[in-house]
Write a protein that binds this ligand. Structure first.
Ligand code: SF4
Length: 76
């Protein structure tokens, strides 16, 4: 539980994503400043690499992240 190592270049944290949810500030507190291991973006980044993180993936979309990881793992 700490500040995410990826905050500097993270499009979500830096509000570079379109359609930022109204709950973004809450997600930043929850994930970026604490529970980064359970952030969907962080999960994909760690497992598949930064270039595999979808541009529209939000931190709370863990099921989507798990599915992407599973799909990529099967393909490889
Ligand atoms: S916790 Fe997720 S959204 Fe927040 S900075 Fe890290 S990778 Fe980005």
């Amino acid at each position: 539980m700490a500040v995410c190592e990826k905050v500097k270049g993270c499009p979500f944290f830096n509000e570079k994503m379109s359609n930022m949810p109204a709950t973004a500030a809450g997600y930043k507190r929850k994930y970026c400043m604490g529970d980064n291991q359970n952030c969907a973006r962080y999960m994909v980044l760690k497992k598949l690499g930064g270039d595999k993180v979808p541009v529209d993936l939000f931190p709370n979309q863990v099921e989507k992240a798990k599915m992407l990881i599973k799909e990529q793992t099967i393909v490889q």
